[in-house]
Design a protein around this ligand. Sequence first.
Ligand SMILES: Cc1cc2nc3c(=O)[nH]c(=O)nc-3n(C[C@H](O)[C@H](O)[C@H](O)COP(=O)(O)OP(=O)(O)OC[C@H]3O[C@@H](n4cnc5c(N)ncnc54)[C@H](O)[C@@H]3O)c2cc1C
Length: 433
Amino acid sequence: MSTWRNWSGLETASPREVSAPVDAAAVVAAVTRAAESGRQVKMVGTGHSFTAISAPEDVMLRPERLAGIVEVDRDAMTVTALAGTPLHVLNEQLARLGLSLHNMGDIAEQTLAGATSTGTHGTGGVKASLSAQLCGLELVTGTGEVLRASRTENPDVFAAARIGLGALGVLTSVTFEVEPLGVLEAHEQPLGWAEGLDRYDEFVADNHHVDMYWFPHTDAMQVKTNNRLDLDPAEAEPLSSLRAWLDDDFVANTLFGVVNRIGNLRPATVPRLNRFAGRLLSERRYSDIPHKVFTTPRTVVFKEMEYAVPRDQGLAALREARARIERSPWRISFPVEIRQTPADDITLGTSTGRESMYLAFHVNAQTDHRAYFAAMEEIMVAHGGRPHWGKVHTRTAEQLALSYPRYEEFLALRDRLDPHRVFDNAYLRRVLG
Ligand SMILES: Cc1cc2nc3c(=O)[nH]c(=O)nc-3n(C[C@H](O)[C@H](O)[C@H](O)COP(=O)(O)OP(=O)(O)OC[C@H]3O[C@@H](n4cnc5c(N)ncnc54)[C@H](O)[C@@H]3O)c2cc1C
């Protein structure tokens, strides 16, 4: 028996059998074998979900041999890649082809299927998530059928399987809409709480992508705006490697890691440490190809909960979150991250049908997150929030059914594509019933 463990170390599982399929036929064989013997199959990504959504309880399919670009269509501006391809590999290969994804989250370690199956998102732009940048996919259903889906082929499957939670089938390839490789200018600036909240709408209106952070127990905020420049990638002005190492590696990872360890040992020092971290923030501007601006490596291991609330509720929810933290005995050393996305039309997309603000709460991997996350979750739910499928939350099927207007449609499709629940695990039983 082998052991599976997710990135944060919060979830583990002991699959009885492990294999790494090379193609759709190998996936069909694995799924059919499992279905015939009444077993469950779970294709995992890189385990970057904080929930047990990818916990393989029986047969685990690993992603590493199902990787690589299979087709580039420059007329349609689409790229098809195998589902287990790591996002950073796709980004690098696209850059060499003079192409890029429109938007993405903070890291690029995840697999394409893993990231899209939970609705991984960044901030701003014209598409709500990586899933919303998909224009096609291929999946193996629980009955071993290979289905292709797009807006014109099996559109009902396409509507749901872009954020399929691993419940509808094993994705074997995904097709993204891409754009010519451009240049983004990043502008990071420290600012105070009052100014950050007062100017939030202005930042969002005036910039392509806005990412904001608030340092608990302080008034310090930081805003990062990213805007497309009309430049050739060769004209970009990236950070020097020394500055990139100092800011993104040493300060954001090494120093932050040390500060976190001190805060863990002596929680009373956290407010002072956060004020110190707030003072370390300085203004900087640089430009680079998109994936180098959007993503940075994260080496300090943490646990995270993130909710999408309707955009017009976001600032009120954030104010309540701050008030609740200030009334509490907790000492929170990680900043709260604030992002927003346009609406999408994906059946269980956290942004389905509504423009959203995302509020993300983190604690160090060693810190007990339960009281903090529970209190934040209560506030987010009161504001109509929907939990990120890959991040810690406690919502159940009955509760989630009320948050998603097309929830029943997803369940009906699941009954059709996976009638014998070959793809089931405890997390799916909790959120889908
Ligand atoms: C440090 C860090 C930073 C993060 N930053 C962001 C961020 O900026 N924005 C954001 O939205 N999220 C973020 N996340 C969350 C992360 O993007 C998601 O949890 C994502 O799902 C992880 O992808 P993965 O490859 O690790 O998949 P896993 O977590 O291993 O799996 C996720 C789901 O995908 C399913 N799956 C995997 N492969 C297949 C397949 N071939 N077919 C069908 N289903 C499949 C699994 O069964 C499971 O249901 C972050 C997580 C971490 C740890």
